[in-house]
Design a protein. Structure first.
Lengths: 180, 180
DNA sequence: TTGTCACATGTTATTCTATTGCAAACAATG
DNA sequence: CATTGTTTGCAATAGAATAACATGTGACAA
């Protein structure tokens, strides 16, 4: 059985700099192989998304991009996001209107997401059992499945270890800063 | 085993007038029992949603409400929707930014939605197998589930029966008008 | 080298979705 | 009647995404 966890929750040992460069390398490689043009803007947007390692809003990306790229406007971001989605390099989280890096761009997949409502961390699964059960249940209704949106909200293991009322103080930290 | 289909796809025999009045009666009853105030606006919004019997956008509802209620503004609609969501009388479809009547408001539930991308018809399931499998898979990651968003896009049985390129002519009809 | 074509980006405006904040109206209760 | 909590009215604004058209750029062939 293959590993059905594409992006696990980050552990204490997570080397984030390495994580970003690895993801970028995979992206470069995949685009090269497919003849897709990972331009400067597109590359930079992907890098900004991976740097955060949590769901990022389009206008947050726009603000960041503007700091280094005067003239960036909403279409700049949305075009880059569309490209990255089409290439399977990121996923869109519907319930958050946000985008997150895909941990396994090697093959197109739907993904199922575990979203921590305390720290915003997201783990990505690509679980055949889930996909197949949904397809099966749909088929019982005579329904043909093209796409599945599966987003599970709750509390990640790290946050469960923290007493409920506890507040970490800085609510703008990234997941790794708050969740251990 | 209980019936896990809350709102099936509409059949030819669907009596839509009856369907709406039934849904309204259930809503009245549930609100009365819970001491929730189903005011004129809230009742009317619910009725508008059920009348369409497919996912409806907030601003569509606003337009309709304005025709009979001058002074209706975005907050008017969103407050009504918030109330109806809180009472479990409607569901929100995240992937469409739209709202749909709940076929079984008797108990709170998550719901899994089959969304036809041809005719917009939606069937609602409340399937324990799906819910439990997702909870199980999440638990394997140490994740505690509070909420599940499950939206399945594809082609409903009625539309599958229609040759692919066929267009029914009037794309603004309701699902029942087009899907048989 | 130049022309051409496809693709990518710049630019401005607009549409769609949703919330905030405060005032006025209303309904239930003592 | 007075009080209290809830609901609605109203104006403004925030947030998410797209449309339409102009301009730039890179690869390839003539």
């Amino acid at each position: 059985m293959t590993d059905q966890i594409v992006t696990p929750f980050r552990s204490e040992s997570h080397n984030h700099k390495r994580c970003v460069t690895d993801a970028m390398a995979l992206a470069e490689e995949r685009c090269a192989r497919r003849g897709a043009r990972l331009t400067r803007i597109r590359r930079r947007v992907l890098e900004l998304i991976w740097s955060r390692h949590e769901p990022v809003k389009a206008y947050d990306l726009l603000d960041q991009l503007r700091e280094e790229h005067r003239g960036a406007a909403p279409p700049t971001i949305y075009r880059a996001l569309d490209f990255l989605l089409a290439e399977g390099l990121i996923h869109r989280i519907e319930s958050l209107n946000a985008y997150i890096g895909c941990g396994d761009p090697s093959h197109p997949h739907l993904g199922q997401f575990l979203i921590c409502e305390r720290c915003n961390a997201v783990a990505e699964m690509d679980d055949d059992d889930i996909r197949d059960l949904l397809a099966h249940k749909a088929a019982l209704q005579g329904f043909h499945v093209n796409w599945q949106t599966i987003e599970i909200n709750g509390v990640c293991p790290s946050c469960r270890a923290i007493p409920n009322g506890t507040v970490s103080g800085n609510e703008t930290d990234t997941p790794a800063d708050r969740c251990r």
